[in-house]
Design a protein around this ligand. Sequence first.
Ligand code: SF4
Length: 193
Amino acid sequence: MDPYIERSPDGAVAIGTLDSLLNLARKNSEWYLLFATACCGIELMQTGGPRTDADRFGFVFRPTPRQADTIILAGTITYKMASRVRLLYEQMAEPRYVISMGSCANTGGPFYDSYPVVKGGDLILPVDVYVAGCPPRPEALIEALMLVQDKMAREPWLRKARGRWPDPKDPWPQPSAVLGSCAAAAKGPTPKG
Ligand code: SF4
């Protein structure tokens, strides 16, 4: 909800919900994990550079999951890497968000037929925003980060705290089955005979 602003000769008084105030702070300091699994990572690095100037939106990269709000799946995810990606996600504090960047992270991309490639990051993490492209340009990634900002701005924290708001990620199945098959695939085929 937008705050109500009453102007007075000495300044102004803003009245809003506590949720709005919390979300205003959160959405303007969205820190994303500096992590990539393949060539989309080059565009991810470029997004943090001076030409794109992501800092003006409050997007700052962090090299540690413990201080990051958002993880970006940037690149092809192999079965060997899937459990590491999941581990990084689990080291992030709630609330946390996931962006799937590029064709490989969305569906397996040009390597869809390749046996070691996971056919979509949403098999291992609950993705909030998908970015199309091979690779997506930094501008597309900026838009995805802004969509996450929009989501942050709408989160009803106090209603959630009172149990009056269902978490849309709750029904998302735990990926143990997928990660189990990832581990099996990482070991390689079983020898015949
Ligand atoms: S989507 Fe294209 S650029 Fe991105 S990791 Fe896959 S092959 Fe590389």
